[in-house]
Design a protein around this ligand. Structure first.
Ligand code: MN
Length: 232
């Protein structure tokens, strides 16, 4: 008797993935975790006290990633914000990972935009509702290619910046993160089973603002990668 694998009733969806810089390979995405309010100046600009409210996590959908250099302006919003962030790509899963071992689980790094329908997010906050409509919509995560840690190491400082139409809008430094990369991995792995393929968006520095169609966003994390995105 041969065992057969049941056929899918519908065509299974593809596996979302990020390109790898200087390689023909792809990095398959399992989940996307995002850190909220991980830079004090950004927490303050959003009306929060970073001393009283520690960072926290929310999620985007893996297939919200877009890598073609565009960001299609979404429906149902008239206040869509950019948030430039470093990406942390997990290469080895685990639960209850110790801070001291956390970097062993990192495959590499990149740069992404946590695009946010701020008006819908604000309404959700006010009503105590979940954030997906504001954060986890189509193409809400324009991303760069990933760069392996074997090539660049594990950056702990470096400018995090975003220019819009040639003007500097966001500026910060990785060394200003409230939760450092090992801490976020350790904390997350206590709540969820981290798996190879997970991406962490590590939070945004101050200076977030709205985009309109035609805007040209160029940003990066020095020593990691840059990102060039046009709003269409
Ligand atoms: Mn963010």
């Amino acid at each position: 008797m041969s065992t057969t694998i049941p056929a899918y009733a519908i065509e299974p969806p593809g596996i979302p993935a990020l390109p790898i810089a200087g390689s023909g390979e792809l990095f398959p995405i399992h989940r996307i975790y995002c850190v909220g309010r991980n830079y004090a100046e950004h927490a303050i600009e959003m009306g929060h006290d970073p001393d009283k409210e520690p960072p926290f996590f929310f999620q985007k959908n893996p297939d919200n990633v877009i890598v073609d250099g565009t960001f299609p302006y979404p429906d149902k919003s008239s206040d869509v914000h950019y948030e430039l962030e470093m990406l942390v790509a997990i290469g080895k899963g685990g639960v209850n990972i110790a801070v001291e071992q956390a970097l062993d689980h990192v495959w590499g790094y990149g740069v992404g935009l946590d695009m946010t329908r701020r008006d819908l997010q604000g309404e959700a906050k006010k009503l105590g509702r979940p954030w997906e409509v504001g954060k986890a919509f189509e193409a809400s995560a324009p991303c760069s290619a990933l760069v392996p840690a074997s090539r660049i190491g594990h950056p702990t400082d470096g400018k995090v910046w975003l220019n819009v139409n040639g003007k500097q809008r966001q500026i910060g430094d990785l060394n200003q993160m409230i939760w450092k990369v090992p801490e976020m991995i350790s904390y997350l792995s206590g709540l969820f089973a981290l798996k190879a393929g997970d991406i962490i968006m590590s939070g945004t520095p101050a200076g977030v603002g709205a985009v309109t169609r035609g805007d040209h966003l160029v940003g990066g994390v020095d020593g990691v990668a840059t990102l060039d995105v046009t709003v269409i």
